[in-house]
Design a protein around this ligand. Structure first.
Ligand SMILES: [Zn+2]
Ligand SMILES: [Zn+2]
Length: 439
């Protein structure tokens, strides 16, 4: 009997060693038809930022069915669901964004969106062109898989379904900063916050997570250059704001190329709007400039914004002109600025280990820095708690992901194979965090 018993013990030991790894995939496989159906329904019923009424009701009702304690109406349509597990342990927050974009879908799908909405006074097509439909469906799948293990797990989880990640319509507040000021973490202070995003620039099956500054900060600036109007034939009788503003634009190019330590991180200063003048033979009175500063390090972000102000002020003075500066101070206006999406190194190492366990080492990369920005880091920063954010490939295998229609394109196409990858990845991260005591 003894050899048999030993074999049985070994077999049990082997199975239980494997089960932690397989269970995220097995749970995902079982839930996949449901997740796919949810995603298609959401895809067909997209809602613009701060208008996620149907989506929000759907999320709240599913979370309640699963036994979560649910709070609604946070940041207008935001929903949070919390659950306390059988044993004491750490607190994990998982965030999904819910909003769609004013884009008319050009992908030929049986569940393609024909929805319309209103954006800045115009009727527009509405499409989940950034894949947030997939985020909601996958995250609900993870919520279901965790609820089924309620007694086995340790600690607590909070699912955050966030509106308006793409930015609230002009004149409104919304998104992560509004969730923070509406008290998303009033009764639940997470030890970590995790987010994910589907992206066109990775193929299905591939995931990436990057330690440190992974997505850029974003600060919008506005500069008005005041000169003095004169006849175009006699510019010496006025002060030319077009020449002055041009000089500001050119001098500002030295911020990145001459002042920032590009060994450490890249950065960008872009002028996107240069408005001035009415007629070819009039030197106008003023010029308006709008632009954006992007950085991957909070110190460099601060330095670039400070330099921009100094250059604009002093170049204007050199021309005898004056400037009104609206250059944000980091953190001062969370509704128009985003901090660096900084993946905490220690947390990212753990997330990466979970991603490798769920998907295989050959499928997990560091990924490149992404110059886009996110309001996600505002959640972790507000606690403060470490956060990590990983990317899930959405472009079909065999298609060149570099040239695939990008997120926000009317042709953005999510291969539904991404649903399994994203769900099992997030589930494995959650199981490791909530099963291991979280340390
Ligand atoms: Zn987007
Ligand atoms: Zn997005």
């Amino acid at each position: 009997m003894r050899p048999v018993t030993l074999a049985a013990v070994l077999l049990v030991a082997l199975c239980s060693a494997a089960s932690a790894e397989e269970s995220a995939q097995q749970s995902t496989a079982a839930l996949l038809p449901q997740i796919t159906a949810w995603r298609r329904d959401l895809h067909q019923h997209p809602e613009l930022s701060n208008r996620e009424v149907r989506t929000s009701k759907f999320v709240a009702s599913e979370l309640k069915k699963l036994g979560y304690e649910v709070r609604t109406g946070i940041a207008k349509t935001g929903v949070i669901g919390t659950m306390k597990f059988g044993k004491p342990g750490p607190k994990l927050a998982i965030r999904a964004d819910m909003d769609a974009l004013p884009v008319t879908e050009e992908v030929d799908l049986p569940f393609r969106s024909t929805a319309k909405g209103e954006y800045i006074g115009k009727t527009v097509g509405v499409m989940h062109a950034c894949g947030h439909d997939a985020h909601v469906a996958m995250t609900l799948g993870v919520a279901e898989a965790l609820a089924k293990r309620k007694n086995e797990l340790a600690g607590e989880v909070m699912f955050i379904f966030q509106p308006a990640e793409e930015g609230a319509p002009p004149g409104e507040e919304g998104g992560a900063p509004l969730m923070v000021s509406d008290g998303v973490f009033r009764d639940f202070r997470p030890d970590a916050v995790i987010g994910m995003h589907v992206v066109s620039f990775l193929n299905v099956g591939d995931v990436s997570v990057r330690e440190g500054g992974a997505m850029a900060s974003s600060d919008t600036f506005h500069i008005v250059v005041h000169g003095r109007q004169s006849h175009g034939a006699t510019p010496w009788k006025g002060i030319d704001p077009i020449v002055t503003a041009s000089d500001i634009v050119m001098s500002a190019q030295t911020i990145v190329s001459r002042e920032l330590d590009l060994n450490a991180n890249p950065a960008v200063v872009t002028f996107g709007v240069f408005n001035g003048g009415e007629r070819f033979n009039i030197v106008p009175d003023k010029v308006e400039l709008y632009g954006t500063v992007r950085a991957f390090d909070e110190g460099m972000r601060q330095q670039a914004l400070t330099s921009l102000g100094r250059i604009a002020q002093n170049v204007a003075e050199a021309h005898g002109a004056t400037v009104d500066l609206d250059i944000p101070k980091p953190g001062a206006d969370p509704f128009h600025s985003n901090p660096v999406n900084f993946n905490d190194p220690a947390l990212t190492k753990r997330v990466r280990a979970s991603l490798v366990a769920a998907n295989g080492a050959d499928r997990v990369s560091d990924g490149d820095r992404w110059m886009a920005s996110e309001d996600f880091p505002q959640l972790g920063n507000s606690v403060p708690a470490p956060s990590a954010y990983f990317l899930v490939g959405a472009t079909p295998k065999g298609q060149d992901a570099k040239t695939a229609p990008s997120n926000h394109s009317p042709k953005f196409f999510l291969d539904e194979g991404a649903l399994a990858v994203g769900t099992q990845s997030m589930l494995k991260i959650a199981l490791d965090f909530l099963g291991s005591g979280g340390r």
